[in-house]
Design a protein around this ligand. Structure first.
Ligand code: FES
Ligand code: FE
Length: 455
């Protein structure tokens, strides 16, 4: 077996070659076989509400301008000038009807169509020599949205987004659609960490086990109403479609009492009841599980948490979306957004934002605790000894086919997918199996086309 085949085989058995967290060859494969074809989140529609609004986001080193054009349509355009390849837009966000390349001045509309070349006649012989019609910045090969989340894929044969998400869409609604208006975002805050991108994605997907240890201080300073370990132990992990997450077990009560328990005001609860399906409401009201952190393969994560606010006994929920943008095998750019129901009362929005900053903003307490572990892990994973070590990611498995606890039945948990109560690395294994499936497949290498020619 080749080294890669060994690695993928071990990963599928829940034994992780430690060097996958800091290896340049693995990173090349991820670039070539994973990020070149998967769907990747780039922005939310609420970040570009007005005509002309844009943000610049990356899929690894490929930069895209995500814009709202004059007709209100959403575009994701490869941010590379058709002339000599300069990055056309250098700002991170703004509002513009046109983009002018800083190198020689070619200009483009905010839907990508080229409109002007300096000295068109003298340099190219005018329209006869260079016909501008049909020339445009190269669009992302695939673009689609779900609840206002804009995803792109570099593969024009990518499956439809909804198919890619699968049953994880059921859980996405808790974070991104608490009312018919959906969410609005603040941010992103951006920072870089010297850690491999997979570690954060795995942690948010299912690592309930680290909370009592890594985040002891968060409990000690009273950020939470009660010690969290118990709620964690009785919560569950679920995996559905391309994503999975964790829940807390709530105290007895009906739907309204449970949503109030985590701090939602009655008017928001009313809208949730109108927006979510009977099964989505049953997960909380009937089964008593409250959605917490989650990850969507490959590199998007979600948080839903409810810390104490200020000195009171009240708690307040917040939602955060984040993306682990790989820079290299040992560096990740973290993009972290605060998300809130667009119809929430203003006071709720303001306090919820504070709660987010306190926990998961760039200086948030959870953030600091977590990252110290991940940087340390990544550094050690780059060494010689790590290349000989298989890490144990088999929590919750007796044998390859038999879990320590049986999956929850549909009477116990109304959500789709497979769910298990208690500690287990089910989701981390799901995530890395998905990763292994991608790394195994040779990529198609589309022939270069003449940039900018209309199809
Ligand atoms: Fe953009 Fe020349 S590289 S105008
Ligand atoms: Fe953590």
């Amino acid at each position: 077996m080749s080294d890669l085949a060994h690695t993928l085989d071990a990963v599928r058995r829940g034994m992780i070659p430690a060097n996958i967290y800091n290896d340049s060859e693995i990173f090349s494969l991820e670039t070539e076989r994973l990020f070149s074809r998967t769907w990747t989140f780039v922005a939310h529609e609420s970040e570009i509400p007005q005509v002309g609004d844009y943000v610049v986001r990356r899929v690894l080193q490929d930069s895209f301008i995500v814009s709202r054009d004059q007709s209100g349509g959403i575009n994701a355009m490869f941010n590379m000038c058709l002339h000599r390849g300069m990055q056309v837009c250098r700002a991170e966000q703004g509002n513009a009807s046109h983009f002018r390349c800083p190198y020689h001045g070619w200009s483009y509309r905010n839907d990508g169509r080229i409109v002007g070349l300096p000295f068109h006649k003298e340099a190219y012989g005018g329209e006869e020599g260079f016909n501008k019609k049909g020339q445009r910045l190269v669009p992302a090969p695939a673009l689609d949205t779900y609840n206002g989340l804009i995803f792109i894929s570099l593969d024009d044969n990518a499956p439809p987004l909804r198919e890619f998400l699968g049953d994880f869409a059921f859980y996405l609604d808790y974070y991104t659609k608490q009312s018919p208006s959906g969410i609005e975002l603040r941010g992103p805050q951006k920072w870089r960490i010297n850690a491999n991108w997979k570690i954060g994605a795995e942690n948010f997907a299912g690592d309930m086990y680290h909370t009592p240890q890594t985040h002891t201080s968060v409990v000690e300073i009273g950020l939470f109403r009660e010690p969290k370990a118990e709620k964690r132990k009785d919560g569950n992990t679920y995996w559905a479609g391309r994503g999975g997450g964790t829940t807390y077990k709530l105290p007895p009560g009906d739907l309204e009492e449970r949503l109030r328990y985590v701090g939602y005001p009655d008017e928001m609860i009313e809208r949730m009841k109108q927006t979510w399906s009977a099964e989505q409401l049953d997960v909380i009201g009937r089964d008593g599980f409250m959605i917490s952190a989650a990850s969507l393969f490959p590199n998007m994560s979600f948080v839903h948490n409810w810390p104490r606010v200020e000195d009171s006994d009240d708690v307040l929920p917040f939602i955060s979306l984040r993306q682990w943008v790989p820079i290299s095998e040992n560096e990740t750019e973290v993009l972290s957004w605060f998300a809130v129901d667009a119809e929430a009362p203003q006071r709720f929005k303001d306090l919820s934002y504070k709660a987010y900053l306190m926990c998961f903003g760039s200086s948030g307490m959870f953030e600091q605790d977590d990252v110290e572990n991940w940087v340390s892990l990544t550094t050690t994973a780059g060494g010689t000894m790590a290349s000989r070590l298989l890490l144990n990611s088999r929590m919750g498995m007796h044998t390859d086919d038999s879990p320590v606890v049986a999956p929850l039945t549909s009477e116990e948990f109304a959500g789709p997918g497979v769910a298990h109560v208690g500690y287990g690395e089910y989701n981390q294994r799901h995530l890395l199996r998905e990763w292994a499936d991608h790394l195994e497949r040779e990529p198609e290498r589309p022939a270069p086309t003449e940039m900018g020619l209309a199809k």
